[in-house]
Structures are given as C-alpha cells and as structure tokens.
Design a protein around this ligand. Sequence first.
Ligand SMILES: Cc1cc2nc3c(=O)[nH]c(=O)nc-3n(C[C@H](O)[C@H](O)[C@H](O)COP(=O)(O)OP(=O)(O)OC[C@H]3O[C@@H](n4cnc5c(N)ncnc54)[C@H](O)[C@@H]3O)c2cc1C
Length: 311
Amino acid sequence: MLQGHGIEVRVLDKGHEEGGRVCTHGTEDGLSFDHGAQYLTIRDRWFRRMLAPLIEGGTLVRWTGRLAVAGPDGVRPLSDGEERWIATPTMSALPRALAEGLTVDTSVRVTGMRREGSRWSLEHEHGLYDGFDRVVLAIPAGQAAELMREHPGLAGLRSAAEAVVMEPCWTLMLYMPGVFPTGYDAAFVEGSPLSWAMRQSSKAGRPSYEAWVLHATATWTRAHWDDHHLDVTEAMLEAWHERGGPSPRAVSQTMAHRWRQAGVDPHARPRSLGDDEAGVALAGDWLGGGRVEGAFLSGRKAAAGVLRSLR
Ligand SMILES: Cc1cc2nc3c(=O)[nH]c(=O)nc-3n(C[C@H](O)[C@H](O)[C@H](O)COP(=O)(O)OP(=O)(O)OC[C@H]3O[C@@H](n4cnc5c(N)ncnc54)[C@H](O)[C@@H]3O)c2cc1C
C-alpha cells in the first residue's frame, strides 16, 4: 500500500516464504493442506478493490462447498449468507500474488531494533538492515511487544501490544484413502474440543483425495498445549468421529501443528497504532478485528498513517 507513493519499501519476513498464517503445508508424499487461514471474507470495499484483479484472474474464487454446524444434536446445514473466498491452487497463492512487485526478503527473523539518529536499523540473525525512516511492525502482538522492549520511547505502543491475548490452535491435517460421506464439506463444530473441520478437495483447484483440516478450540488447545502430538491427534480424531467424522481407524496419515497465535481475543482496538515521532507503526489482525480481512484493514490504516507522517 505504500509502494507507488515514491516510497521505497522493504518487507522482511522470517518465514521461508511470505504469507504468515495464510499458508499451505506440503508433505513429502505430495499431500497439501491449507493449515492456517481456511478462507477469507471480503466485506470491505477497499479490500474488494485491491483483490479485484485476483478475482478476475481466478486466483481468488468463491468457496461453494456444503457448510454445516456439527453439534451434539447432529449435523445441520448452514447457509448464513456469508461469501467465503479461497485462493487457488492453494491459500498461499494469495500472499504470493499480493507480494508481486514488492521487495520481500524471506528467512529474515528480525531480532532487535536500533535507533540511530532519526533512522531505524533492524537486527537479524545474520546482520543488520539500516537506514529506515519508518518501521511498520505487521506481526502478532507479542512479537511486536518483544521487539520494542528495549526502547523506553515505545513504552506506550509496547504496553498496548502486551495487553492483547492471542488465541492458540492445535491443527490436525489428515488423509484417508477412499471417500468418506460426512454430509458436509466444512463444519463449525460445537460442544467439542474441535471448532472447525474442512475437506480440502471442496476447495477449487485442489486434488480430489480425501484430506481434511481440523481445528481445536482455543480453550482446548490451551489445556492440551504441552500434550504429545500423538495424544492430541487421537483426541481430535475421536472428537471428530463424535461430530460426523470417520472412525479414527479409517484415517491413514496425520500431522498435528501447534499455532501459538492463530487468532485474537475479541476486544475492540484502534485499527492501527503508531508513534510518528518515533517513526514506528503497528499493524496486524490483532488491531483490525481479527482474520485476514482485519489484517488488511489494519495494514491499510497503518500505511495511511505512515504516508501522512511523511508529508
Ligand atoms: C489455524 C488458523 C486458522 C485461521 N482461519 C482463518 C480463516 O478461516 N479466515 C480468516 O480470515 N483468518 C483465519 N485465520 C487468521 C488469519 O490467518 C490471520 O488473522 C492473518 O493471517 C493475520 O495476518 P497478519 O499479517 O496480521 O499476521 P501473520 O499472518 O502472522 O503475518 C505476520 C508475518 O510476520 C512474520 N514475522 C513475525 N515476526 C517476525 C520477525 N521477528 N521477523 C521477521 N518476520 C516476522 C511472520 O513470518 C509472518 O509472515 C486463521 C489462522 C490460523 C492460524
């Protein structure tokens, strides 16, 4: 959003590719799972405008699978009028497309910030990036707080970030041979350790094999954070079986992944935070109301603040 305003932007990301929690996990056997964000909403008109070329080009398409609520009383279809969008052929196609034309340095974990005169330098495991007029920390709240720790001038921003509670999520990716008739392609799961189940092949552009992603609730994840991944796998498969999923015996491959910061507590916050004098802005889903769209709205607000401060 800053690019194109005569500003040179450099994105540093510790991931091996850009995208953060909008990502896809590929296994050695060639299976692929969207194990972070499952879909996105496009309610905001600016978000829609920015994504229009991706919709026209087919990178973003509507998800048209069968949605349900799977609760203690059984499975009931859900049609809530929400448009759910997915990237093709995998969710990571979205950040990849959005990063086109940007200078993105991946596998760079920023470990500290140094103020030198009116400029910032960013330390990372292998060296230093220097000479930045502004720094936008578009990362989860706890990590932003950690990077600001040594700067008393950023105490206000730091304490705002420290007050945020990010929600963890145990995620189970699984494969089974054949086809299992669940009666739904994705379900909000109620009264269970699980919160969500989604059939990967219900998403356009994915292979047809029977692969699913299950999410545990934040409460259950916290209670089982330190459990062995095989115990977590067993418990999540059993919970799914109780909500219309197959017998755990039918599942032949599983991978459990622990997200420390999947979502965010629902407290209302300003969309972005910044200190113009210090030249630091904060953005992320934790400021934008959660989720992919919230992260965009927050980033847009932070970018507008940076532009204003540079004028
Ligand atoms: C399991 C799960 C399911 C979800 N389901 C949905 C869903 O269905 N719909 C939806 O809209 N949202 C969903 N979300 C939430 C959505 O993924 C996030 O809200 C959104 O991706 C947040 O974007 P962000 O840019 O704020 O943060 P992130 O996506 O976390 O991006 C932050 C980036 O900063 C990098 N980074 C962090 N610290 C450093 C550092 N020190 N140095 C360098 N780089 C750093 C990370 O590598 C990452 O790439 C889900 C998330 C998870 C985990």
